[in-house]
Design a protein around this ligand. Sequence first.
Ligand SMILES: *Cc1c(COP(=O)(O)O)cnc(C)c1O
Length: 368
Amino acid sequence: MQEYKEAIKQFYDYCKKEKYHNIGYPENADFDYSELKDFLDFSLNNVGDPFKDSTYKLNSLKFEKEVLEFFMDLFKISREDGWGYVTTGGTEGNLYGVYVARELYPDSILYYSEDAHYSVDKIARILRMDKIKINSLSNGEIDYNDLKINLEENKEKVPIIFANIGTTMKGAIDNLDKINQVLDELSITKKYIHCDAALSGMILPFFPEENLNFAKGLDSVAISGHKFIGSPIPCGIVITKKDYVNRISKEIDYIKTIDNTITGSRNGLTPLILWSAINKLKEDGFYELSFNCIQKADYFYKKLNDAGINAWRNKNSITIFFENPSQELCKKWCLASNDKIAHVITTPHVSYKRLNTLIEEICNGVEK
Ligand SMILES: *Cc1c(COP(=O)(O)O)cnc(C)c1O
């Protein structure tokens, strides 16, 4: 028993020490859900369709529905037309969006840029889909010309476009207006656009000029819950159109619900976590949080450039990428990097003080 307690204590101390360490992964570590602690006493399970009653009593479907309604409002799809569920994270949301698309259009091709998240390759394999990888521009956006060339060559198949709304490495946004323009120029009317908005899906909707919503012709969107919002358990949200989902749903007799989610049993705690975050901050609070993080990103970006380091940042993004970081630096600061660039993500817990120290070390070498 002593050993058991010691192992747990050691791990707790480790977590506490490392809590704010992350500066290269898009996770908000600043959260407090202590009011939900007591729910660990229950086997919560949101099996089935969040908008249908379940025979499983210990569910938090009421809270899940309200979370989904918040996101439907945010992405401007009506509650009559929208549908969605709380997922295990961005990847499941992407899988779901692409799965719905493929069910609607079996004879299709999945298009995505070389800067898309690694989950998309796997998703194409799971769903056994034809896929085409499109070149990216240097800022990480999809190359619209290359997209057009490939769409034109494959006009007999329905395009399923996997658009990046904030790429992992560079925070780049594939412009939906430009994608729609390409589709229009080729007179393609049958198509499906899924948006991978893992991180930026909780930032861009608060900046109306970005116009990221269903009116722009998107068909589904996936957002991570543990990224910008922050959660002790990975989770996410996927929103799509009710009409699409109705066409692929199955009624399951013994649980008296509809099977239209990827997993059967679903987490009942994460919808409560998201509900709590949403109701504490509300839209105004999230706007302020996003705005502060963007200002912080701008500060870091300018400081780096002032110091003579080549650094870039896409508009309304909290991801700053810069050239030639040392291995030592990346290791010490847990920065995601490839051989050319590394990035820093100014999530809410990243302080100006830490950014200043990091800039010093980027310029002068790592302090031992
Ligand atoms: C993190 C991320 C994902 C995957 O999200 P998970 O929640 O880790 O499954 C997908 N796309 C992008 C752009 C991401 O940054």
